[in-house]
Design a protein around this ligand. Structure first.
Ligand SMILES: Nc1ccn([C@@H]2O[C@H](COP(=O)(O)O)[C@@H](O)[C@H]2O)c(=O)n1
Ligand code: MG
Length: 290
């Protein structure tokens, strides 16, 4: 399998023997023992298309008709202020935490002020440039066929990401979501966001708050984790008695600055890869269907 992976030009592996060991242990244990935990924005979705950045869940709304021109400017200013902090390789996660809380809180407050209507979300998604990565259908279909649960764990907006997956025709019953969900009043107008805020770097807390979801998957001790940020590495922290975990990381931005850290954190790093080819090849290997 390692040999097969080396054929993909985007693949970088720090410790090939470890990856080989994990892959073979998971294949031996079989599909009934496996679950997939994946981030959404820039992991299940594309980072760029034709040289242009693709939107995150938040950006889908930021750019939509549901937001006034004045508010769009304010949201853009937030993005320009806080995204560079989110991806700054010279700052520690601890240092970034208060800025992330500030970003999400300010953006969510602005969205609430816009009195977004629930029944217009589907149109906003339809009219957006959101794109799941090439090969997404193969991934979702294969997981459904093999009865492998897919937990989407996102600091984006649950209502929006569900709509993206639904419109792509792959929101199957084996797909579960942990995310920030909108709270609508009786007229269907956004009045708040529900529950504890999830941002890029508090997914560990999010995982521990949602252990109920992981309990349903108690007999699945082998995890394939997919993410694009270092915060995604903690998404499986709610899984009890883990046997094996294989971490696949999409390195989309600031490749040179992050390469060493990603190689030390993720088992497989995919550099500027807009496809699901590698996760699909791995899943087919693990499930013995290749
Ligand atoms: N106002 C905001 C806040 C966050 N983002 C981006 O969303 C991404 C988080 O979602 P995941 O599915 O990747 O957990 C994160 O990478 C932020 O850059 C945003 O666009 N606008
Ligand atoms: Mg992401």
């Amino acid at each position: 399998m390692i040999l097969a992976l080396s054929k993909f030009s985007s693949v970088r592996i720090g410790d090939p023997e470890k990856v080989d060991r994990i892959l073979n242990a998971m294949r031996k244990a079989g599909p009934n023992t496996v679950q997939v935990i994946s981030d959404f924005d820039m992991t299940l979705t594309r980072f760029a298309f034709n040289g242009k950045r693709c939107p995150t869940c938040h950006n889908i709304l930021d750019n939509s008709k549901l937001i006034s021109e004045e508010c769009k400017e304010q949201l853009k200013e937030l993005l320009n202020t806080y995204y560079p902090i989110e991806i700054d390789s010279t700052r520690s996660v601890e240092d970034k935490l208060p800025f992330m809380v500030e970003w999400w809180t300010k953006a969510h407050n602005l969205m609430v002020q816009q009195k977004i209507k629930k029944d217009l979300l589907a149109t906003a998604v339809k009219e957006s440039d959101a794109m799941l990565r090439d090969g997404y259908k193969g991934l979702f279909d294969h997981l459904k066929e093999q009865n492998i649960p897919l937990l989407v764990f996102s600091a984006g907006i649950g209502d929006v990401l569900e709509e993206v997956i639904r419109q792509a025709g792959v929101f199957y019953p084996n797909v579960k979501v942990i995310s920030n969900y909108m709270d609508f009043d009786e007229t269907g107008t956004l009045q708040a966001f529900k529950g504890e805020l999830i941002h890029t770097y508090n997914k560990r807390e999010g995982a521990l708050l949602n252990t109920g979801l992981f309990e349903e998957l108690n007999d699945r001790h082998n995890v394939l984790l997919m993410g694009d940020s270092l915060g995604d590495l903690n998404m499986a922290d709610g899984v009890q008695n883990m046997d094996n975990i294989l971490k696949i990381g999409y390195l989309n931005d600031k490749v040179d600055a992050w390469m060493e850290t990603y190689l030390n954190s993720y088992d497989i790093v995919l550099v500027k890869d807009e496809t699901m080819e590698v996760p699909n090849a791995i899943l087919h290997y693990i499930t013995g269907s290749q």
